[in-house]
Design a protein around this ligand. Structure first.
Ligand SMILES: [Zn+2]
Length: 338
């Protein structure tokens, strides 16, 4: 079988790899309907995350079950499934508390930029649809696995509520999904921070009411002006840099929450400033499994169209071009046809 391997920074190839097999009785093997490249795949691709051996890439997936281990009860061969990029048993205390991304048995999915993938902890990670979904819904179902689930978590952690004003920092795919989620949760004003025309347009389509193209101090000043110097009721931080975190914290009103889902790279926080601001923070890898039933329903009933975030669709054999396009910001997110 062929699969995607990152050998060194900027050296990603579609090469011969070992075909996945059932290793534990709780595993499932799925045939992917489509795969994609995540913004977080760009960290090792750019050399920002060190790795000592070649990496099997890909953690976003949906597809048809081909085989299950003997202990798997909730999914069976032939069913179409979507799963979280965070693998979970969905039974431990953290899972039952709604934080499947901190599962006691948890690990991260890998190897999904390939035609077949092994999903450990299948019962606690996957969810099957009632019937085979139509092809045109595949991009949106794939999006649930990480990018939509993560944007949703940002809005959930920021406690977006009906009628509130939400600010979304970051116009990458996750930020755009944060806009979609805020709209679904009933925010009446959604301020998206974006400097790119194509991304601004998609943000408006997903429900943004205002676009701020300034960054840093100027961006903060614009948001304070829009909120009559009060600040936002909910802030979604979807980047993970010092600049984006500072922007998020400085536009959040006292008593509000910052939901942060951009993996922090070089971010430090000032406890004195946090104390004075009375702003709360909740973030981390998204517990997508918690949101999976609701998000699948929204997609299958066509209430949302997160799949539109894939503005580049290419055959998986051209995966290297998919990485380049995202690295150079020519594409928001790349879907890989398998
Ligand atoms: Zn668990």
């Amino acid at each position: 079988m062929l699969g995607t391997v990152l050998f060194a920074p900027r050296d990603v190839r579609y090469v011969e790899v070992q075909e996945p097999k059932i290793q534990k009785p709780t595993d499932a093997i799925i045939r992917l309907s489509a795969s994609c490249i995540c913004g977080s795949d760009l960290w090792p691709y750019r050399g920002a995350n060190k790795f000592s051996e070649p990496l099997r890439m890909g953690h976003e997936y949906c597809g048809v079950v081909v085989e299950v281990g003997k202990d798997v009860k909730t999914v069976k061969p032939g069913q179409f499934v979507v799963g979280s990029f965070c693998l979970s048993d969905n039974t431990c205390p953290h899972c039952r508390f709604g934080f499947q991304s901190s599962c006691e048995q948890g690990e991260f999915m890998s190897g999904a930029q390939a035609p077949l993938a092994r999903v450990p902890l299948a019962d606690g990670t996957l969810m099957a649809t009632a019937q085979m979904p139509p092809d045109d819904l595949i991009p949106s179902l794939l999006a649930i696995s990480d990018v939509l689930g993560t944007g949703w978590y940002a809005a959930d952690a920021a406690r977006v509520k009906p009628g509130c004003t939400a600010v979304v920092v970051g116009d990458g795919a996750v930020g755009l999904m944060g806009v979609l989620a805020s709209k679904q949760m009933g925010a009446s004003r959604i301020i998206a921070m974006s400097r790119h025309k194509k991304r601004q347009e998609l943000a408006l389509e997903y429900g943004a009411t205002d676009i701020i193209s300034e960054r840093g101090e100027a961006g903060i000043a614009q948001i304070l002006k829009l909120t009559k110097n009060i600040g936002a009721d909910a802030v979604l931080e979807c980047v993970g840099t010092q600049e984006s975190m500072t922007q998020a914290l400085q536009v959040a009103r006292p008593g509000s929450m910052v939901g942060y889902v951009g993996v922090p790279h070089g971010v430090t926080l000032d406890a004195g400033m946090l104390f004075g601001s009375q702003v709360g923070m909740l973030g981390g890898p998204a517990p997508v499994r918690k949101f999976l039933p609701h998000l699948m329903d929204l997609v299958l009933t066509k209430k949302i169209n997160p799949g539109k975030v894939f503005d580049l669709q290419i055959p998986i054999k051209d995966v290297a071009e998919g990485y380049r396009a995202m690295d150079e910001r020519r594409a928001i997110k790349t879907l890989l046809r398998v």
